[in-house]
Each structure stands twice: as structure tokens, then as C-alpha cells.
Design a protein around this ligand. Sequence first.
Ligand code: BGC
Length: 758
Amino acid sequence: MMRILHIILLSLIVVSCNSEPNKNEQSPTTKESTMNSEIDQKVATLLSEMTLEEKVGQMTQITLDVVTKGDNQYSSSQPYSLDSALVHKAIHSYKVGSILNTPGVPLSKEDWYKTIKIFQDEAAKTPRQIPIIYGIDAIHGVNYTIGATLFPQQIGLAATFNKSLVKEVAKVSAYETRASSIPWNFSPVLGLGRNPLWPRLWETFGEDVYLGKTMGVAMVEGYQGTLGDPNTVASCMKHYLGYSVPLSGKDRTPAWIPERELRQYFLPAFKEAVDAGSITLMINSGEINGVPVHASSFLLTDVLRGELGFEGIAVTDWADINYLHTRHKVAETIKDAIKMSVNAGIDMSMVPHDFEFAELLVELVKEGSVSNERIDSAVSRILKVKMQLGLFENPVTDPKNYPDFGSDKFAALSKKAAIESFTLLKNKNNILPLSEGIKILVTGPTANSMRPLNGGWSYNWQGSEADNYADDKNTIADAFSKKVNTTFVQGVTFEGGNTIEAAVKAAAKSDVVLLCLGENSYTETPGNTNSIIMPDNQIELAKALSETGKKIILVLLEGRPIIFNEIEPLVDAVFMGYLPGNYGADALADLVYGVENPSGRLPINYPKHPHAFVNYNHKHSDNIVVPNYYESDYDQQYEFGDGLSYTTFEYSDLSLNAIEMSEDESIEVSVKITNTGNRKGKESVLLFISDLYASITPEVRALKGYEKIELDAAESEIVHFTITKDELSFVNENLKTTAEPGDFEINVGGLKKKIKLK
Ligand code: BGC
């Protein structure tokens, strides 16, 4: 049967490759559905042969440490090895369909291969020979494989405003993930980073709906390519829905999001990624408006399946069914929790520590509390994804077939992404770029470690092992020392170490100070914070250095915007580096010395005050200024979209092919951009639209288009955008996405024009 399926799949791929684009021809979606219906038939046959225990096993996902030796398998001091009795128990007794995670340390790609091959060989001995699907968080490259190419984290990729670059990065990540024998990637994060306190803000594409959804699609397309191609992986959109804005800012704490806002801000990225073909999705661990998302049949079935038409796997997040009982207290027992969540619409439970889910779900079906139809729909989706990925024919990809893993060309791509992500926010008197003869002091807690360059999910969950596994890569101090006359003095450490006096002495002997501040690596709950004001010792270092009178270039390596208004006036230049990955320091050195020209733009507002967080697309009443009487707090350190270059760009000739349109018409916008400086540079051309009056208070402005271009000195280019009803729409009081007739203002690079929707 496997062989037949393989032939059918191949012939379908051939058919789709040979087809000529033609208006009357089947659209790609129709072609996919033909292929899907073949797979659907195979799934139905297989399903009809399966026992209840086998089906429930497919819905069970365990973490790797359940089948490894020893008690504390996450301890990096303990050598990792599989326990064959436990592997047998998982695959034969419980018929487990999926395994995830790392053993606490990264593995070589060869060890991943051995591990996954053992699972697949066991699965091949079961009556139905259904391969397991292994899943991993390869969120900035396959970050749990030794020697893999680590890229900037998502927030940095967003700052590039370069969709094709992001797609390329995702493609390489997929290739290296398959080189590690893993076909399923728990990425991208499609939540919006709209709460600066949240410890996973850096895992998002920033705060904006349009940027988030377009970057999300680029990443899904890069990961998945053509399904079944062994160089690609299944993407996993996460965390559906509304995970990124807990009210307290702390991970997995309650969110309060009115349905209108859920639909306007948080749903679009998922909708677009579903339309782009993403085949799996992970659920938000938190609760919204008092309802844990894992128990919400409204979100998991009505909206996800009914409205979005998602047909892939919905997997829970870590232990989240159990948390319905132990944390959220909506289920009196674990068994009730399983019933609640499966009936709400989950397909697979990331259990992940034991087999209780499988045992109790069998009982629930036998008792009639969960229907066979519900189980069948979940298992069909799981089998279908396994078939779409080609796992039945090729259950384990062999690293030998991936010669480009960890190659120089992939490193160059990572460096390119880092270069385009660095965002120059201040450059007083054009202090940058520096000339190479200048003596530089490199100092600060983020200056000589690979941890703050990579952030969490790097070699291990918290990224704490980066200095051991990336010691062949350059820290900022390394990269500058290799290039120019550099002195390095730590200044302060995250742990409270203080060599400020030595740093001040070294500054006195240098021409310029490169001050590297920010955060150490973290993610999820360990990254929760009670304050995002820059720590006192970093402020103290900055002040002491400023007293030397030397020029200071501040570099921020951080996962969220750390407030530094106290020292901002003391520094001459500011680079926001986000978490630029293993080649971030090399990228920075090239930028500081003008080998490269900065082109990143902020994908978030950078707040100035600790109690005044406002997103850039705020409401007019967020900014009430009544002189001498009342002023609101819309006063940002830097705004979404900010970012400087070493050259200058002039915008001119904003023109529209019409100034009025009806709902089924569109308006073409064009604008001329000229590089008026004396060096080549890249520019992100951003188009904002303001709805001037609307039934729901309109946003001051919202991003509706962007394009990154590169221009030589004195070169010009015309950039085009199309405005349709979609760009003018919002979610109204009746929860309908609608465009209301009236006036809108287009703004590109400060040039403005009005249009009217009839
Ligand atoms: C995170 C997910 C991740 C999962 C598996 C969870 O704690 O919230 O983003 O994919 O663990 O590692």
C-alpha cells in the first residue's frame, strides 16, 4: 500500500509541475485538493483498519525524556541515551504517534538520525506501520542541532521588512531540520508582540497585524515549500489565539481580549497562514476572558474549522490539557479535562510526560463521553499530515543527503539577515560609520557572550549553553578585536560583577566606546519580569563612561524593549540589535565600520516610560494634549517603523490612478524613491493608511504595505502598491470585517494623499 501511495503522489507532483498557467486551468488550490482527495482515500482505508487504542495512540505526543534513561533526563550533566524498554512501551504498548523535544542538550545531526531511526524502525514493526511524527522548536534555525546555522530570532527578521529574505531563512531552517531527520517545526509564532513585558515578545514578528501576517506567510511558504519534498518541513502556526498579550505581561497569565479585537488584531495572521497552506497549529496555553483556549470549542472548532477552514492538526501546548484541571480549574479531574479539550477540538495532546491521556481517552470513548467521530476526525488529520510529509515512504531523512548543512553559504545568509535586522535609531552628527583607525573600547554585559546574541531556544530551552556550543562563533568583543584596535573590559555582568572603574580607565585611552547593554537569554516563565527598566548597574556603567567625554555607541541586544530614557541623551548612536543570532556580532562590526549600511526598521514601538505602553496604531484618544491642563502618555523613545541609514532617501511623486473607488475596485499607488546620499543603501518603503472617520474609533494609522528596495547613490525607483477594500477594512461592532464609505489618507514616507471609498 505504501508503494502505491508513493506512486500516486509522484504522479500528482509530475502533473502539477507540467501544468501551464492558464486562466481556465485548475488553481493551485484545486490541484492540491485533487492530491488531498487521493490522500483522503488512503487515510480513510487506514483508519477503517485501526483499533481505538491505535487511534488514541496517534493523538498522543510524548517528550523525548519519557523514553530515555535516568530520572532527570533534562540534566545536561547526564549523558543522553534511549531506554529500549521504554521505547518499546511507548510505541508498542501505547502506540504513540508523536514525540518531541531535545534531551536537554543539543545533538549532532547524526545522533538525531540514530534516535529517530530507532523510533521509526519500531513503528515499522507495529501492525499498521504508521510512522511517528517528530516535532521540534527550530525557531531560528534547527537550534537543537550541533553545528546548525542559527539565524536572527523572529523579531529581528521582522525588522528586516524583507519577506523574500525571511522566506529564504525559513527554507534553510527547513533543510537543516530535515538534515536532523525532523519533519515538523513548531514555528512560526503568529501572535503579535503588543505587550513589551511579555517574555516571548522576541518570538513574534512585532506588534503590527499586516507585518505579522505577511511575514508569517513568508515563513510558512519557506518551511513547507512543496509538501512531500524531503527538504521541507511542516510548519506549526502558534499559539492560537491571543497568547501574546497577557494583561500582567507574565507568560500564560490571563488575557482579556474583546472578540472584536481578537478578530481585528490576532486572527488575521492565522487566517493568512491557513490560506497559505500551513498544515499544523499549536494552541495558546492561556485563558482569554476566563476561558482557557484549550477548552474553547468556539475558538477551536467554530472559528478555526468553521470560519478559517483549517483542516490540519491542532496540537495542544505543553501539558495544557492537564492544566485545565491543575491550573485553570475548569475541570474537576484530568479525565474531565481530556474530555473537555478533545470535544472542544484538539487533535493531538502534547501530554507530554506519561501515557495517562491515552488510557483515559480510551475510557472516555468507551463510556460514550467522546464520540468515535471526534476521534476519527482527529486521527484522520494526523495521518493525513504524515502522508503529506511523505513519512510513510521515507520515515527518516538521512543527514548524509544534506551536504549544505552548516555551510558557509548558509552562514552568509544568516549574517545578511542580521545585517538587515540591526536598526540604527540614533546617529548624532553622523558619528557612524567609524573609520578603522579609531581605537575602540568594547564593554558591557552583552559584549562577550553568545547568549545575548541568540536568546532562548538556542542549544537548550533557555539558551544558557550558547557559549559552549557556539564557541567557534564571534561575540561582539571577538568580532571587533579581529577587525580593529579594540580593548575589551566587561564593565558589569548580569550577575552583578562590577569592573566599571577599569572600563572608565580604558575609555579614557580609547577614541570611542561601544557600549553593549540589554538582556541575557530567556524564554517563557523564566523570562517573566517585574520591570523592563534597564538595570541600575547598566545605567551606572553608561553614566560613568559618559563622564569621560568619549563618544558612546550603544548596542542593545534584548528580546523586548528595555527602557533606557535616563541614559539615552548620553549616547551618540543607538543600534537596536534584537537577538541577531550566531553571526550578529560580525554583522554589527560591518555596520559600525560602514562595510554595510543599516536598513532595519523597528517592528514595535520602543517605549520611553515604564507605565505608558501604547502601540503605534493607537487611537486618537491615546494622545490627548490639552496645553497646561492634560497630556496623555503617547511619548515613545522610538516609533514603529523608525530606522536610519548612512545614506538619505527622498520620497517624491506620490501618485494614485484614482482618488475614489468602490468596494470591488482598487487604487494603484506609486511613489518615487531616490537615494540622495553618496552610498548604496536599502530602504523599506512603508505605506500607512488612516481611516479618517469610522463607526469604531479609527486607528491613527496602520501599515498596509511595505517593500524593501536597494538603490545606488543617485539612483531612483518607483514602488507600487495596490489598495483594495481589504486595506480599508476593520472589524465593526457586529464583528464583521467591513470597509465603510468615507475618506482615507495614504501616507508613504511622509507624502500624503486622500482617497474616498464610495
Ligand atoms: C511552548 C511552545 C513549544 C512547546 C514545545 C511550550 O512550552 O509554549 O511554544 O513549542 O513548549 O517545546
